[in-house]
Design a protein around this ligand. Sequence first.
Ligand code: DX5
Ligand code: ZN
Length: 220
Amino acid sequence: MKPTISPSILNCDISDLAGELHKIRNADFAHVDIMDNHFVPNLTWGLPVVEAVIARDILPVDCHLMIEDPDRWAPAYAEAGAASVTFHAEAAKAPLRLAGEIHRLGAKVGLGLKPDTDIHDYEDLLSYFDMILVMTVEPGFGGQPFLHSQMNKIRRVREAAKRSGVEIAIQVDGGVNRKTIEIAADAGADVFVAGSAVFKAEDAYEEVDELRRIAAAHVH
Ligand code: DX5
Ligand code: ZN
């Protein structure tokens, strides 16, 4: 499998969003974190910013919705042209119906799991999703340390998918850097979100290449 690199623009220079997106043009996606100050204790941006990023057409957009009531709000992101829309298992009232709706609108669908959410309850639902997002920090902020405790969850998702013959991507988000990307890839992840590691690097473009190179040697 090939690694997918999806830098988070959460901590980029938002006064120059187009310039920042250009720096990471060698990535596979731009990961855009939508926070509503309710599901997580932080507030970022919403649909208009996602629409503006899509309109620039520099990278496909990977939306990570850390919001309450995704059943109501998530479809609009697919309709706007996001390549992939991830909502949280803890927030969705009818995750399967919502996954179907997002698919019908033409986007890939991800299911996000906070660190204390067990995959067990969702194992039978894997075939409805293109991706499982295993959070390796408590969602809300960039720059937090990687939670090694989540590697078991990645392994369990991989095993459950294999058992049921489902092809699914596993995304890791939070504290991903040159060291931890290796660990996550070894555990079975293949989609890597990195915020501060990319945007605090001297050269974001080179950092994307370097993360891809390291991950490629470790994804199964
Ligand atoms: C955190 C966000 C992440 C965050 C990652 O809730 O979902 O996407 O931006 O930032 P780093 O890579 O700095 O942990
Ligand atoms: Zn994220």
